[in-house]
Design a protein around this ligand. Structure first.
Ligand code: HT7
Ligand code: ZN
Length: 846
């Protein structure tokens, strides 16, 4: 397969004035008619004047230029033909088969409904077109089908029996095109913008689901208001539609005026959705809506610039959720996720820069690095320039690049122009992969306290040498009484080694470093448990309080794994104090009680030069939970009672925090009473969060079979809820049972392997069961490889995405490595392997 390079970018040789599309929808043979007005692009070099339109899996019926029938040269990737030297009208008719489209890219069918997914390169499966983000055009769309609801981008132009027409006045790249047709019903509302325009809002779902859209609608309205208040961005069409689809490769898609969502990120009721589901719905609804300005009005010049829209939009959705909920709790959750996904990626064979230099399959680059690390870079930029200049730079960005396809250079230039700073060194964050290690030492002399930092930027695939990064390090200093003597100060590290002095201090302070996780680095500091316990008790920065607790937990667990030590009393003591402190936010206490995950511990052991043993890690975590439960025993029943639901269900952050703390307490209590309280909790649960919390507590101690059956009986008809049923039992299965149970569940009638949600909940949970997946006999690896090979011919995107379970094989012992390599080799040897999976497997195999 061909590698695409950033350095090879050339503008397209033509611009497009307007696009008119007519769809005659039939499952096996849909006709797509296109009328496109091309004109030579004055900005393109003459070498780029070879007229090539992308097109895949299309049957060309006819093509005309200025009304004259032509016969282009058609290949499996597109067509070529001679064109006039001036402007011309291109007309084509193609036939496609949405019912046969199992890749869920282009125009496909899901439960009898037509829908599209065009990002990144799916539009070329709909018609011949320059399918690249820098070609922007206005679209007019006519849909003809014997279906009640026919939707496309923009504003409605008209509709009648069996047809509808839509006009999108905003120029857009083809990846933002969308069409939906089906038997759908709407949950409706409206929003009046700050300038007084009324926007009709509709969430389209299958009949029967309309009463589970209220939270998504509420999230949309809050997002629209927030973007006006915080970024001054107003919505720009008369109507905003969201459609929920059951078969969808990712979470959602920001098509202009017609967002398409995975139904699990729209449908919610207290009985069927957990608090995590609610929080995710809120953030993804916001994310897709925010793309209207960061992604749609200003888009990316090419796919190497993907982080331009994704990093910024993730940053914006994180800000939004932080404002809607607790900012500190949201930050802790985001950092936990960043470490679990992005740090893992950055430290393995799939590490790549936030702006890659090359790719084979762009769908493989919708990664934690592009999204999450991309968002961290925006956060660092904001920290460095300050809130006011950040706001001015964003205003300039929206103004200067509206209607354009921009680059990272354009993005950084607005900050340079607003602040007068030179961001050349900062830009390394975009070009260099890998997570910097930040070593800290301290000296104290005559009232002067000095922090000495050294950064190391480890080699990553294809990038052996790195330059120093610009690292904003937010620091606060506390005196031994716990008073803050130096408030949060941002130190700007620009060199490989750098020291910062604090003068005039009466006593040697205790530093709180990297407050709010001000940069995506691994902080390496030799410190005492006493100091960590002190910070856990006194730090004014809630993030660093959590961080101190996590550091204590991590070192306690590592000592248990490596030295067979007993759970550290200091850690148990500190955590018990915090868990039972009624002054603290329950959501924060619940997060503090969460032990570092098995995968995180495996990475920490590997970083320390050890070979992680998944079974020992699992045993140590279990033992640590047991010890924590014993430590907290006297307070647990009262804590559970205090956090138990009173009154009507509320999905707000406060109520969710109480449920989270209750679930954490129930999990510990189950280790003391053989699951008695959890059994009662399951029986009395009146919402899905409590039900899942109680069931997890039981499964974690090897109980809960009766409850699993009851759950299946009650929810067997609800596929999204059954995803939880599959996931919970596989995630909690004993290592020696995990692969076998997964195999059994793939035969369950509710397991439709062609549906990406089902596939992820079953096979993804096997990969998420650390000791079960990395089993010494290789059964976990074998089973996953079997299923990747099975799904790859139908849905390469899902296969490639799920294959990342193998990315950490290099951490483990030779026996496990042998098993993992054998499966990667088996995958690579398969005939007809997709470009997606082939690229991933070969990068991981090395
Ligand atoms: N911009 C979208 C990314 C995307 C996608 C979504 C659904 C299916 C396939 C997809 N490929 C790329 C989603 C987002 O980040 O907002
Ligand atoms: Zn996005």
């Amino acid at each position: 397969p061909q590698t695409i390079y950033l350095a090879d970018y050339q503008p397209f040789g033509w611009t497009i004035d307007s696009v008119e599309l007519t769809f005659r929808l039939f499952p096996e043979a849909t006709r797509v008619l296109s009328r496109i007005r091309f004109a030579p692009n004055p900005k393109a070099p003459s070498s780029g004047k070879d007229f090539f339109l992308h097109g895949e899996l299309l049957r060309l019926i006819s093509a005309r230029i200025d009304g004259q029938e032509i016969t282009p040269v058609v290949t499996p990737t597109g067509l070529r033909c001679a064109v006039p030297s001036g402007p011309f009208l291109w007309e084509a008719e193609v036939e496609i088969a949405p019912a046969a489209n199992t890749a869920l890219e282009g125009l496909y069918m899901s439960n009898g409904m037509y829908c599209t997914q065009c990002e990144a390169e799916g539009f070329r499966k709909i018609t011949y077109y320059p399918d690249r983000p820098d070609v922007m055009a206005t679209f007019k769309v006519r849909i003809e089908a014997d279906l009640p609801v026919l939707l496309s981008n923009g504003n409605p132009l008209g509709q009648g029996a069996g047809w509808a027409e839509w006009q999108d006045p905003w120029p857009k790249p083809a990846y933002l095109f969308a069409l939906v047709a089906g038997d759908l019903v709407a949950h409706r509302d409206s929003f009046t913008t700050q300038s007084g325009r009324k926007v009709d809002l509709a969430i389209w779902v299958r009949p029967g689901d309309e009463d589970r859209c209220a939270y998504a609608m509420d999230s949309l309205i809050r997002s629209m208001r927030w973007d006006e208040e915080v970024y001054g961005r107003e919505y720009d069409l008369d109507i905003f539609n969201i459609v929920a689809v059951d078969d969808f490769n990712m979470g959602a898609m920001e098509n202009k005026g017609l967002n398409i969502f995975n139904s699990k990120l729209v449908l919610a009721s207290p009985e069927t959705a957990t608090d995590d589901d609610y929080a995710r719905i809120e953030s993804v609804i916001a994310h897709e809506y925010f793309h209207n300005w960061t992604g749609n009005r200003t888009t990316c010049r090419d796919w190497f610039q993907l982080c331009l829209k994704e990093g910024l939009t993730v940053f914006r959705d994180q800000q939004f959720s932080g404002d809607m909920r607790s900012g500190a709790v949201k930050r802790i959750e985001d950092v936990a996720l960043l470490r679990a996904r992005q740090f893992r990626e950055d430290q393995g064979p799939l590490a790549h820069p936030v702006r890659p230099e090359s790719f084979v399959e762009i769908n493989n680059f919708y990664t934690a690095t592009i999204y999450e690390k991309g968002a961290e870079i925006i956060g660092m930029l904001k920290t460095l320039v300050g809130d006011a200049d950040y706001a001015r730079a964003l205003d300039l960005y929206f103004d200067r690049h509206d209607g354009e396809a921009a680059t990272i250079e354009d993005w950084l230039r607005v900050f340079e122009d607003v602040t007068g700073r030179d961001l050349a060194a900062f830009k390394r964050w975009y070009g260099q992969a890998g997570t910097p290690r930040l070593k800290v030492a301290e000296t104290w002399e005559d009232g002067t306290y000095t922090l000495h930092f050294e950064q190391e930027n480890p080699a990553t695939p294809g990038q052996p040498h790195k330059d120093a990064k610009v690292i904003p390090i937010a620091v606060g200093l506390l005196n031994p009484n716990g008073d803050e003597v130096v408030g949060t100060t941002v130190l700007e590290m620009t060199q490989a080694a750098q020291s910062f002095r604090f003068e005039g201090l009466a006593t040697k302070p205790i530093p709180s470093i990297l407050r709010g996780f001000s940069a995506p680095v691994v902080l390496q500091r030799t410190t005492t448990s006493a100091e960590q316990a002190f910070l856990l008790a006194h730090d004014t920065d809630l993030f660093n309080r959590w961080e101190a607790g996590r550091a204590l937990a991590k070192s306690a667990l590592l000592a248990m794994v490596q030295e067979g030590a007993a759970p550290a009393p200091q850690w148990l003591e500190a955590l018990a104090g915090l868990a039972l402190d009624p002054e603290l936010d329950p959501a924060f206490r619940a997060l503090a009680l969460r032990l570092p995950g098995e995968d995180e511990l495996a990475q920490a052991l590997y970083d320390a030069g050890a070979t992680p043993d998944p079974d020992r890690i699992q045993a140590a975590r279990r033992e640590a939970s047991q010890a924590l439960a014993a430590k907290l025993a006297p307070g647990l029943p009262a804590l559970i009672a205090a956090m138990s639901e009173t009154g009507a269900f509320s999905a707000d952050a406060k109520a969710a925090g109480r449920r989270a703390l209750k679930a954490a307490a129930l999990m510990l209590q189950a280790r003391l009473d053989a699951g008695q309280a959890a059994t009662a909790g399951f029986a009395s649960a009146s919402n899905m969060t409590d039900q899942v919390g109680a069931l997890s507590a039981l499964l974690a101690i090897g109980e809960g079979q009766a409850e699993l059956q009851a759950f299946e009986k009650r929810w067997g008809g609800n596929a999204l809820v059954m995803d939880k049923w599959f996931a919970l039992q596989i995630l909690h299965a004993a290592p020696e049972r995990a692969a076998e149970l997964t195999a059994e569940l793939t035969a369950h009638p509710a397991f439709d392997w062609k549906n990406p949600n089902r596939f992820r909940s079953v096979l993804g949970s096997l990969a998420g069961n650390h000791a079960g997946f990395h089993r010494a006999d290789g059964a976990g690896y074998r089973l996953l490889a079997d299923w990747l090979l099975k799904i790859d011919p139908l849905n390469p995107q899902t296969a490639a995405r799920m294959s990342t379970a193998f990315e950490t094989w290099g951490r483990y012992d030779a026996n496990r490595q042998g098993h993992a390599k054998a499966q990667l080799d088996r995958i690579l040897a398969a005939t007809g392997l997709s470009r997606d999976l082939k690229e991933m497997a070969s990068r991981m195999r090395g």
